[in-house]
Design a protein around this ligand. Sequence first.
Ligand code: EPZ
Length: 432
Amino acid sequence: MEYLVINGGKRLQGEVTAQGAKNAAVGVISAAVLANDICIVDNLPNIEDITNLIAAMNDLGIKCRFIDEHCLEIDPRNIKNHIATGPSVTKIRASYYLIGVLLGKYRKAEVAMPGGCNFGNRPIDQHIKGFKALGAEVFVENGLVKAYAEDLTGTSIYLDVVSVGATINIMLAAALADGTTIIENAAKEPHVVDTANMLNMMGAKIKGAGTDVIRIKGVKELKGVEYTIIPDQIEAGTYMIAAAATGGDVTVKNIIPRHMDSLTAKLCEMDCSVMAGDDYIRVIGPEKLKATNIKTRAYPGFPTDLQPQMTALLSTAEGTSFITENIWESRFQYVDELKRLGCNITVEGKAAVVEGGGRLTGAEASATDLRAGASLIIAALAAEGRTLIGNVRFIDRGYEDIVGKLAALGADCMRVDSKEQAKKVKFMRELG
Ligand code: EPZ
């Protein structure tokens, strides 16, 4: 099993370039399946979730070929079946988009129930509600979500819960339906907008993406296009938080600063200096961080995917902070691992109280999911001494070359294959 070894206490300094957005990439790659010709998708992040989705698509007969490390050619012209199963489907959450595109293009889909991070209950009832409203018969059998339709007919769909996945999936299924579909109470995340922009370039007629009412006027076919994914707001935010946690001075490049507004506001409340340019944000951490409070909400609220990283940061601030997780049922499972580094956090259901000001010290800990792993990295960078982080595979699901990027910012950080190898690692600062 691989581990990350981090020797903390070092100020991060310099520039880091954000990867393409994971949660946009999965929607955009899936949308390409709807085309009647080849699509080229650029600025893809080189991460496990994308590798797995591409493997699932290849199994369907959708020919995916990397032109370079971040650019993928997708040929959906010879799909051999509509049944997606196997580990590449069940490992990731975004495999549910295969239901929307197979149903939308072929009026039939059989896709294994999705996997993804374990935050407690993660239903897909709103996806199914949308497919049924369009005229599909949808049921779960033998672990597969099965959806069939004679025809798909545009209709109005009110989402009971603001759902990124359901919003994107209904757009995917409705793009080739007969008539107009209206999604009300739609998610407004940047990755919803990015997927809608890709579909419109392909010839779809989608209006209102980025607002809570999206109109999709069905068309007969969609053409192949070349498309570039937006930058990853969560990866970028993770490096902004790392800068704050180490009293560092880091510029995160190739981002859309507006997407970072909620985090920027919170870092300013904590006494960081944050300066934004057209496509970058510079964060300078203060000597002493101030406590603040976080309530996660759908975009443009504070993103739940930065909640674990912020909890680690707030552990290094002076004072008491209150965090409320309003999106997921159980997204504080990582707290026990943070406590191994000395974080003082009390969790009650969807709320956590962070007593800052304590001394963080390196320890052995394990990632419990993707962003939990990122929170451990933040705490390890701020801690005195050495931290060994297990379950690195979770982190690889969403972060491209995180060790290389952190090392380039001056962090003492290395990936090793075993605990024995970790013991042999000596960072310059440790040699005195
Ligand atoms: C997407 O998950 C992201 N994943 C998640 O990011 C992110 O945490 C989440 O959106 C919220 O922003 C991808 O895009 C691949 P939702 P998704 O549907 O689509 C409830 C990461 O770290 N709900 O917006 O699964 C649900 O239980 C990952 O990158 C229903 O009740 O999230 C939750 O409370 C982790 N019924 C809320 O809606 C449904 O049918 C938001 O979920 C669907 C969702």
